[in-house]
Design a protein around this ligand. Structure first.
Ligand code: FES
Length: 102
């Protein structure tokens, strides 16, 4: 496993998200939940919507297209029409950068 930095911690304010497009991976969504960072696939498993365009509330993100909700920590699909979980990544902060283990 190797650490892949995605962005600086100060690029993602608490309660918000940032879409990043690393080489050799699909677009990813970096979330900041009260100072804790989580990274999941950005493209909704139900369609092609970017979850970074969705509303964040209580640790969940709501897809902007058909309003499915996902748990940001686990990627689990919580409401229809999505049934498939978002892929999650082991997320760490190293030297002021948010990144994942790949
Ligand atoms: S594209 Fe996300 S719920 Fe349909």
């Amino acid at each position: 496993m190797a650490f892949l930095p995605l962005c600086k911690t100060d690029e993602v304010e608490s309660g918000s998200s940032l879409r990043v497009e690393p080489d050799s991976l699909p677009p990813l969504a970096v979330f900041n939940l009260d100072g804790e960072f989580f990274v999941i696939h950005d493209t909704c498993t139900h369609g092609d919507a970017s979850l970074c365009d969705g509303e964040i509330e209580d640790g969940e993100v709501e897809c902007p297209w058909h309003n499915a909700k996902f748990c940001i920590k686990t990627g689990k699909a919580l409401t229809f029409p999505a049934v498939e979980a978002q892929k999650t990544y082991l997320t760490r902060v190293v030297d002021g950068h948010v990144g994942i283990e790949v």
